[in-house]
Ligand binder design. Structure first.
Ligand SMILES: Cc1cc2nc3c(=O)[nH]c(=O)nc-3n(C[C@H](O)[C@H](O)[C@H](O)COP(=O)(O)O)c2cc1C
Ligand code: SF4
Length: 429
């Protein structure tokens, strides 16, 4: 394996195979304490791209794309690129990026800094949702410390992006930085070809970049000393719903969902289903949690995805279909108003779900209609927003099939408090 850039000789090393890596128990916001904990940044970033590939780092923003491959594609463009860190986290079921930036802001900046150095970028931009004021202020303070210490070779700035779900999609974010609306467009060109100011752009999730910072310091073998063989390392998961201690947990990627939930204080006998991977994720029956791990490979085998890594535990007394109808309506409202399948199709899917949940006379027809709507919507949007919604709803139909039959037979669920959040978001710039 290619070695990582040589770490400074006195670098404190987090023992291989141990946690925490990304999520220390107390926040480290002071630069001196950060460097004393993680060690100094390597003097040079040469060899970083190969080390990130060897480490097997994969993107934590949802698609699970290999980060080293993406970095190499940007480097091959032969023009000085821009690096963008995606810290927008519009996913309501997830808090992991915000928590990461609040706990270890310098680790995120380290990743941005070494990636920008390795690519000889002209500049780097960290994007944070304008509604996440505390995160923006902690990150701005950390950046000011770094500027004073002259620790970064490439200039880094922070941009506050609009508070919309689709604003975190990569092309939307780039449009926003370029002065347009934060709306996605069909690709190509992809950001690595033409992004900020028309330059090749490396756009990575903030957790991914924190992983890059760890590889830069400790190397590929160290990174691989934890987690699965094909998808190594640790991962931040937001666990919520019917658990005693909801929050963000750092787990090795080969941890089972059941083990993580039990760690968060879930009594799995009181949980009927799980929504894995956020609002573009997959509903699964609880018994599957014992076999599934936090890897794309494991979840793809059941048609799912690890997405943003969030896991929501549905308590037995809450109707999963009602929760699905509510978040589908919210997701439909989040469309960027550009593509027919998304603008017309997603509200129609939400209507059909509401008919079923309401046990209306049309409920049976609504169920049949859903399958036609899926075909009309899937693969036809400018971005993956409608596909993500269809996947989540389809998994709900499978997981809550008996509930659907009950609703169609006329039964209504006793109303329970809404559990999955549907935040009020802002408008376009
Ligand atoms: C509708 C939509 C919303 C998205 N929101 C986010 C987000 O909030 N944060 C994020 O990192 N990626 C988000 N993504 C994924 C990004 O487009 C992109 O794949 C990711 O930031 C790349 O980083 P990675 O390679 O490190 O995963 C979103 C994608 C879609 C389709
Ligand atoms: S599919 Fe939806 S969210 Fe994506 S670009 Fe089209 S209208 Fe916008």
């Amino acid at each position: 394996m290619t070695s990582a850039p040589t770490p400074a000789p006195d670098a404190p090393v987090i023992a291989p195979g141990t946690l925490p890596r990304l999520m220390p128990r107390v926040a480290i916001r002071d630069l001196a304490t950060h460097l004393a904990t993680y060690g100094p940044l390597p003097a040079s970033s040469s060899g970083l791209i190969a080390a990130v590939s060897d480490a097997g780092v994969i993107g934590r923003g949802g698609s699970g794309f290999p980060t080293g491959t993406k970095m190499a594609a940007v480097a091959k463009r032969g023009r000085r690129p821009v690096v963008v860190a995606n810290g927008t986290e519009g996913e309501p079921a997830s808090l992991k990026d915000r928590t990461l930036m609040l706990q270890v802001p310098h680790l995120v900046f380290d990743g941005v800094s070494v990636a920008a150095s390795a690519l000889d970028a002209v500049e780097a931009i960290v994007c944070i949702d304008s509604a996440h004021g505390q995160v923006a202020s902690v990150m701005a303070d950390a950046l000011a410390q770094r500027v004073a210490a002259r620790i970064d070779r490439i200039p880094i700035r922070i941009e506050l992006s609009p508070n919309r779900y689709v604003a975190g999609e990569e092309t939307a974010l780039i449009h926003w930085i370029n002065g347009g609306d934060a709306k996605p467009t069909a690709t190509p060109p992809r950001p690595f070809e033409k992004g900020v100011k028309g330059k090749p752009t490396l756009l990575d999730n903030v957790e991914t970049l924190a992983d890059v910072a760890l590889v830069a310091r400790f190397g590929a073998s160290w990174y691989r000393s934890l987690g699965g063989v094909r998808e190594p390392g640790s991962l931040l998961t937001t666990i919520s719903g019917g658990v005693a201690t909801a929050g963000v947990y750092e787990v090795a990627t080969n941890t089972t969902l059941a083990a993580a939930l039990e760690h968060a204080g879930a009594d799995l006998s009181q949980v009927s289903a799980l929504l894995v991977g956020g609002y573009f994720g997959t509903w699964i029956p609880t018994f599957m949690a014992a076999q599934l791990t936090f890897t794309h490979e494991s979840l793809r085998a059941i048609g799912g995805s690890i997405g943003c890594g969030a896991v929501f535990a549905l308590p037995n007394h809450v109707c999963g279909l009602a929760e699905t109808a509510r978040i589908t309506r919210w997701l439909a409202d989040q469309n960027a108003g550009q593509c027919g399948p998304c603008v017309n199709g997603l509200p129609a899917i939400a209507d059909a779900l509401e008919h079923i949940v309401g046990a209306s006379l049309n409920a049976a027809m609504a169920r049949d209609r859903l399958n036609n709507l899926f075909v009309l919507v899937e693969g036809r949007g400018g971005c993956r927003h409608p596909d993500g919604v269809v996947r989540m709803v389809r998994s709900a139909l499978a997981t809550f099939a008996t509930d659907i039959d009950r609703h169609i037979a006329g039964a209504k669920c006793a109303s329970a408090p809404a559990m999955l959040p549907t935040p009020i978001t802002g408008g376009w710039r």
